[in-house]
Write a protein of this length. Structure first.
Length: 330
């Protein structure tokens, strides 16, 4: 990998080095977007890292127009309610023992509402004002409208912090993980879920986009969290969650700034991941059953969604219907 190495204008968020190798020059729509891998640790990132102003303009003007609307459609509520149940069921031992819970990136509020539905003390943090307002009005949950870097909570305020598909969007994930550490009580837990850059669920042509500034495999995310004072206690990235990393960390008594892996191990991780990314070609991807089984599953789920919600008018009714049928499992 050394022959392809060059000096980036920005330093690695994990190891602080500048030496990188290019892994892609376009985003999922074919627009110019350079993505690189740090040759010293394996963190994959947009290069250069967008400025604060660029990120602000993107989220204010483009992201929500491209991905979401101010008022979520009922089918989105239906999907998110099912995901909320699955997330709770998977990690229920951590939720049941938590007296105070914060979800970072709470979206439309379905997961916070589920926790409230189960008589747990939970609140959300959501940067999109339309969605946070919807959460408060439709579900009656406590959600703060703010970007993570602008949010303010008391020190040691929470037993548990949940972050589903947020860390990959952050300009400085190391700094924000330190912030989460401060908000947690001693021995508190942090649940993080991000896309797994090693997964082969998506075509390599659909791998990178501006919204995901950082991309992780398990080693890189564990090391990043460890250096901010977290100890990995559980990882679930297999079976039906193989395309995501789902990692549970615990706040250590004294953040040391030291990680788990040696420099040699991190460089080996970078080499492994680089080869993994090269080997997953579009030709190889479409020779597997993955893209076709996903298409069939989407069609099936769409039919079920339309049939289920066709007589409903409110998001709360949709969520209540899902929760009433599925929470007996807990």
């Amino acid at each position: 990998m050394r022959s392809h190495v060059f000096q980036s204008t920005s330093v690695c968020n994990l190891c602080g080095k500048r030496e990188v190798t290019t892994v892609s020059t376009v985003d999922r729509k074919g627009n110019p977007l350079k993505t690189v891998i740090c040759v010293f640790c394996g963190i994959v990132r947009t290069d250069p890292v967008p400025t604060d102003q660029e990120i602000k303009e993107f989220y204010q003007q483009k992201y929500w127009d491209s991905y979401k609307s101010d008022v979520p459609k009922l089918k989105r509520i239906y999907r998110n309610a099912h995901r909320a149940v699955e997330r709770y069921y998977r990690d229920q031992q951590f939720f049941k023992n938590a007296h105070s819970i914060l979800e970072i990136g709470s979206g439309c509020g379905e997961f916070v509402y589920l926790l409230q539905y189960l008589n747990l003390n939970a609140q959300g943090l959501e940067p999109h004002r339309g969605y946070s307002e919807y959460s408060r009005k439709e579900f009656g949950v406590s959600v703060t409208s703010a970007m993570l870097e602008n949010a303010s909570y008391p020190l040691a305020a929470f037993d548990l912090i949940v972050s589903h598909h947020v860390v990959e969007h952050l300009r400085d994930p190391a700094a924000e993980l330190r912030r989460m550490n401060q908000w947690l009580k001693e021995g508190g837990y942090l649940l993080i879920e991000v896309p797994n850059i090693e997964a082969e669920r998506h075509s390599p042509n659909n791998r990178f986009h501006f919204a995901h500034i950082y991309n992780f495999n398990g080693v890189a995310l564990e090391e990043l969290a460890a250096r901010q004072g977290f100890l990995l206690i559980e990882e679930a990235s297999k079976n039906d969650h193989e395309h995501h990393l789902h990692m549970i960390f615990q706040k250590k008594e004294i953040p040391t700034g030291k990680g788990k892996y040696t420099e040699v191990q991190l460089k080996d991780n970078a080499q492994h991941l680089y080869q993994k990314l090269l080997s997953h070609t579009a030709f190889r991807h479409y020779l597997t059953l993955t893209p076709y089984s996903r298409a069939i599953r989407k069609i099936k789920n769409s039919v079920v969604e339309k049939w289920t919600i066709k007589k409903l008018k409110r998001g709360k009714d949709v969520a209540d219907g899902v929760f009433s049928k599925r929470t007996h499992l807990f």
